[in-house]
Design a protein around this ligand. Structure first.
Ligand SMILES: [Ca+2]
Length: 351
């Protein structure tokens, strides 16, 4: 009976999502990723979302090295059944020094569960050329979702700034948000810390950037053991996501925080596909600290309309800083999307 009710709920959600998707053409996105487990869950969510069309996926080092991140992206996309080109990008930072990968998601970035056996390979071309070509073919239409360090996007801005001015919006999982703290250092978030010079370039470039910081992904947005149990029971994609999070769940448990983990890239992608998921945001100027030392990678947000007593800079307020999301009422929608490929099968088994 429970299963029948669940299947009915899936159909109702499918109808409501289809109605929404039919009302407008899908938005065109490029996903830029240093693919670890949370990136993979975000790729799967985007692949299952009719609101967006993935023009391509560009990869760089970050959670893992470039080769592994590319394999992880290919495997995550293949499990959804969609055909999207994947391009390799940077394994060196904006200043020319190597990106040093660091993973709390296991050695392979995907839980070390032997999940990663992609059949496909990356395209021959370079990620930055792909980004620029895609924006040229779709001026004013492309939204870029940055789920890792900002290196690829900063390089594209250097290579052809006029083309990159035609990007409609950048969505960034990065910074500590407005409330902090950081995870790479007390003041810096991982993606920014890996290449703060690149992040500064992106924030200073002058196109709209929506930032989803660590603070938004914490607390009620964390995924609980119960959430993972539901996902694992739901579909092959759900089991893939659950298995890929096994190492980070163990890491949280070892550090005294058993029972729930952050999924920053998943939360970010939910904001991308359903912007009404965002219930509070502020227009800001974002200033990224790049001097070596304790403040490296810190991003300071100046809020529009706020009168600072001793600073009176004439800023552009290009950053939309997300401050709150409507998490609980949307989690089922996320579950539905990750399970949608097998919705028919669940229905069939009930008959
Ligand atoms: Ca990431």
């Amino acid at each position: 009976m429970k299963r029948m009710l669940f299947a009915m709920l899936i159909v109702m959600l499918a109808l409501s999502c289809t109605a929404l998707a039919d009302s407008a053409s899908p938005r065109k996105i490029i996903i830029d990723t240093d693919t670890g487990a949370d990136d993979a869950s975000a790729l799967i969510l985007a692949a299952c979302s009719p609101e967006v069309e993935i023009e391509g996926v560009t990869v760089l080092a970050g959670n893992v090295d470039l080769e592994q991140a590319t394999k992880n992206a290919l495997a995550a996309l293949e499990i959804t059944g969609i055909d999207v080109p994947v391009y390799k990008g940077s394994d060196i930072r904006y200043d020319g020094t190597p990106i040093r990968p660091y993973s709390v998601f296991g050695k392979d970035g995907m839980g070390d569960k032997d999940l990663i056996h992609p059949e496909g390979t990356a395209e021959e071309g370079d990620a930055i050329e792909f980004i620029l070509d895609t924006v040229r073919r779709n001026p004013g239409e492309i939204e870029i979702v940055m789920l890792g360090p900002a290196t690829n996007i900063a390089r594209a801005m250097d290579q052809d700034p006029e083309t990159m001015k035609q990007v409609k919006r950048i969505w960034s999982m990065g910074t500590t948000g407005i409330y902090g703290p950081g995870n790479a250092s007390p003041v810096a978030e991982f993606n920014v810390y890996l290449d703060a010079q690149a992040y500064r370039r992106v924030l200073d470039f002058g196109i709209p950037v929506t930032v989803i910081g660590l603070d938004v992904c914490d607390d009620e947005c964390k995924w609980t053991d119960n959430d993972f149990d539901k996902l694992a029971a739901f579909s092959r994609m759900g089991r893939f996501v659950t298995d890929s999070f096994s190492k980070i769940r163990a890491f949280y448990a070892k550090n005294g925080s058993a029972g729930s983990v952050m999924n920053c890239d998943g939360t970010t992608m939910m904001c991308v596909v359903c912007p009404d998921f965002i219930t509070d945001s502020r227009q800001c100027h974002g200033s990224c600290m790049t001097d070596s030392g304790e403040t490296y990678g810190q991003v300071i947000f100046y809020q529009k309309g706020f009168q600072y007593d001793l600073t009176s800079e004439d800023f552009d307020y290009d950053v939309t800083l997300v401050c709150k999301v409507d998490y609980h009422s949307r989690f089922l929608e996320y579950l539905f999307r990750i399970g949608s490929m097998e919705a028919d099968q669940i229905d069939h088994e009930e008959e």
